[in-house]
Design a protein around this ligand. Structure first.
Ligand SMILES: [Zn+2]
Ligand SMILES: [Zn+2]
Length: 256
């Protein structure tokens, strides 16, 4: 299996994973043209995407999901709640193939096993995903207010982890965001800060991890070196070993 990010952060998230010739896309929060441009940068064509997995309805994850799916005849996998939320926003479903999924049941996209799991976040029915080709497992988790025993169980013993490091607590609270927004981001249905991510990582079985990448960093309220240092503390490794996904470039292909 290999995986790469097209971009990560509040201006749009999109990741791709490929196993045995099957490509899945996880979230589609960039514009349609930008998604196509960045897929090409990774050597992929949109028609190669076998399924688009959506985590939740927020624009930075689902903004162009239906538009991409309609333009390239790609099946969209999402929970009932996420579908209902996108419908109520008036998102056009014309020409879109939809597969509703449960946050408790794994399913297959050709040669890729997909395990959704439920998370606390201020969306209708949010999930995050673990992907597996049968030999290795990749977990991707962003947009979660607090960790839970269920989340820890899902993320233990993986070979690769893309983990939200949304903000640094001091930068957020000392910054210019309005109080209600600071409370939303920092609350139990908001996002993980660097220390939350460090604690979550420290609580996992890390024995098989070959890749750890900080993701969904706030451009106002975080710095890559702070996220790297926090994850490196949990891993007991050099900070340079830890990857960070950026808004403009995501991260390049990594292989398992
Ligand atoms: Zn987000
Ligand atoms: Zn969100």
């Amino acid at each position: 299996m290999r995986f790469a990010s097209l971009g990560s952060g509040s201006a749009g998230n999109c990741l791709v994973a490929e196993a045995a010739g099957t490509v899945v896309m996880l979230d589609c929060g960039l514009t349609l043209t930008e998604t196509e441009r960045r897929l090409a940068r990774l050597g992929l064509e949109p028609r190669q995407v076998a399924a688009l997995l959506v985590t939740h309805e927020h624009g930075d994850h689902a903004g162009c999901a239906f538009a991409f799916a309609a333009a390239h005849d790609v099946e969209v996998c999402l929970t009932h709640g996420t579908l209902a939320a996108l419908r109520s926003e008036g998102k056009a479903l014309d020409g879109v193939r939809v597969r509703t999924i449960s946050g408790r049941e794994r399913f297959a996209v050709d040669g890729m096993e997909v395990r959704p799991f439920t998370v606390p976040h201020d969306a209708r029915e949010p999930v995050q995903y673990v992907l597996s080709d049968g030999a290795s497992r990749l977990g991707v988790i962003t947009d979660i207010g607090i960790s839970t025993p269920h989340v820890q169980e899902m993320l233990s013993g993986l070979e690769a982890l893309v983990l939200e490091c949304n903000y640094d607590r001091d930068l957020l609270w000392g910054g210019s965001y309005p109080r209600w927004l600071k409370e939303r981001i920092g609350g139990p249905f908001g996002h993980l800060d660097n220390r939350d991510a460090e604690r979550l990582l420290a609580a996992l079985d890390r024995s098989r991890l070959k890749h750890v990448i900080g993701a969904h960093l706030s451009q106002q309220n975080n710095r890559p070196e702070l996220a790297r240092a926090a994850l490196a503390r949990a891993l007991g490794c050099e900070a340079s070993w830890v990857g960070v996904a950026t808004q403009d470039d995501g991260f390049a292909w990594r292989s398992l």
